[in-house]
Design a protein around this ligand. Sequence first.
Ligand code: NAD
Ligand code: MG
Length: 423
Amino acid sequence: MTTVSILGATGSVGRSTAAVLLENPDAFRVEAVVGGRDAEALAKTARALRARFAAVADPAAFGALRDALAGSGIEAAAGEAAVLEAAARPADLVVAAIVGTAGMRSTHVALQQGQAVALANKESLVCAGSAFMRDARRHGTRLLPMDSEHNAIFQALGSHTADDIETMVLTASGGPFRTWTAAEIANARPEQALAHPNWSMGAKITIDSASLMNKGLELIEAHHLFGVKAEALEVLVHPQSIVHGLVTFRDGSVTAGLAVPDMRVPIAHCLGYPARLSASTRRLDLTAIARLEFSAPDFARFPALRIAMDALAAGGTCPIVLNAANEIAVAAFLGGKLSFPGITDLVSRLLEAMGQAGERHAPGSVDEALALDDEARRRAAEHLASETSFSSRSVSMNIVPDASSFGEEEKIEAGLSSASTGR
Ligand code: NAD
Ligand code: MG
């Protein structure tokens, strides 16, 4: 019996994790579940999974969580300390699936316990990759990649190490704007960017997939996870999302990880590891798919990918600035305060203003990374404020209040959840 905790249990990855656990009720016991602010959804998940402890990040949601859990015997708690307690409670495996740098501290706390961490929260590695990998080694923690591309590569790698690898390829579906012209992309609205062709995911990563920023963040994630140099990391656009990652070894052999685009596949791999679970996901039928296409990414229409690759190559604090500016910009885009190309513009402007990598080193600790993240967010918000004063005339307004809080993500996530669930 494996004991599991889920950070970000009410999100897209969290719900898919719950689905895999519920398919294997005899193999798992759930210790703790964490959500942002949707107490009802969290209580429902906690009850379904028979968790012992449920923590909601928003202190104002405590009463609702306590009421919703009344009579269940599940302990309710709220606030940041409660989230960290959930991450620290003894478990064999902690699923880190909070979105954004909001998940960095709790993921790190779980890692420090020395129990295995299944990592969906890529922003942790983007912002503090060196510190995370060092601390994982120090505490003997196994970091299992849950991100589909990294999970595929992890499986394709087998026992080989970075020395044997010539190149590592992450594939990208190309997102909803793969075939759009630059002029069309310039006028893209949030609902168009949220309509991902292959994956059903949370709002933030869906927007990142439309700009290809997600693939840039994933290159930085892969660099830290697998110890591969920036020059050896490549991106291929692959609209079918069947081949998720490929490794070319120095002897010319290529191994790849394939599966239907459904997060329950990498999730089941992480939950079962090193054994294999049974899962009822749709099976890969290559005859039905018939064609697998690959092409080079178009940096002209998707400049975010190039900017992220440059940030990876520059190192230092660049990846933190990139990520923080992107989180602010995506929230502004979803809130109707920024155009779609405005996301990448804000990121590159902030990198120009703050990204002198030579002057500041990559953070040596999570505290340092969070302080830099804070500063970058503040500066990004300032840039945004000065920008929206002129750009608001050209952007169609659809203002959602307080788009930068986690409540917004859940609101959009709720809107999305009626769409396809984890194809
Ligand atoms: P989501 O928006 O659907 O869910 C995010 C979860 O985090 C929710 O449970 C939310 O309540 C919680 N949360 C938000 N802010 C919080 C805070 N301050 N404190 C505590 N909890 C908070 O996001 P998602 O799509 O499930 O993605 C989660 C992470 O997994 C992201 O880092 C994403 O990049 C990564 N990821 C997602 C997918 C996918 O298919 N969705 C695939 C690969 C990687
Ligand atoms: Mg991915």
